[in-house]
Design a protein. Structure first.
Length: 181
């Protein structure tokens, strides 16, 4: 079991079965999933997502870590953060995050991403952590830049969305770059 990871305004903890309700609050919104290959979620989609997260948490070796984002002030869940080990040999991982739109533009995604980097480099001993982002998702691009990731380039038509193929921008940060922060 992973202990809660904490910043000034949030903590992130392992996802629980009942979290599907809060996942559904944002996962069912068109604007939240406009740059994603999933959604808008039905209630069953949200339940299935959380069920899969719980199954993946029990796999050995574990490669997927999905956290509920909790605002300290209210105790409410406002989103999720994910870190996936993509390559054990080369110690590479990928992060992702999603925040309820009621909390957009307030720095919460940046706090989540920072906690994910700290967990990946400190606890999982990763060497490289990367993230991809739809080029149209300006808010997410800003988060990746704020946490010190470097833009590596553009991956062309790598993800099929409802409205067609999407490019992804690839960002990364290395362990020694993060250490200097």
């Amino acid at each position: 079991m992973i202990n809660n990871l904490i910043s000034d305004r949030i903590s992130i903890r392992e996802m629980e079965e009942s979290d599907w309700i809060d996942v559904h609050k944002y996962g069912s919104l068109e604007k939240v999933c406009q740059f994603q290959p999933w959604g808008p979620n039905s209630e069953q989609d949200s339940k299935d997502f959380v069920k899969q997260v719980l199954i993946d948490a029990k796999r050995e070796p574990r490669s997927r870590f999905v956290f509920a984002v909790i605002v300290k002030e209210s105790g409410g869940m406002i989103g999720a953060g994910e870190l996936t080990i993509r390559d054990y040999t080369n110690r590479a991982g990928e992060i992702g995050y999603i925040v309820n739109p009621q909390y957009w533009g307030k720095g919460f995604a940046t706090e989540v991403a920072k906690l994910l980097l700290a967990y990946g480099f400190t606890d999982l001993k990763l060497h490289r952590i990367f993230a991809t982002c739809d080029p149209r998702n300006v808010g997410s691009l800003r988060v990746l830049e704020k946490i010190g990731m470097s833009k590596e380039g553009r991956v062309r038509e790598d993800l099929l969305l409802r409205d067609g193929w999407r490019d992804s921008l690839l960002y990364s940060i290395l362990e020694h770059e993060w250490d200097r922060r």
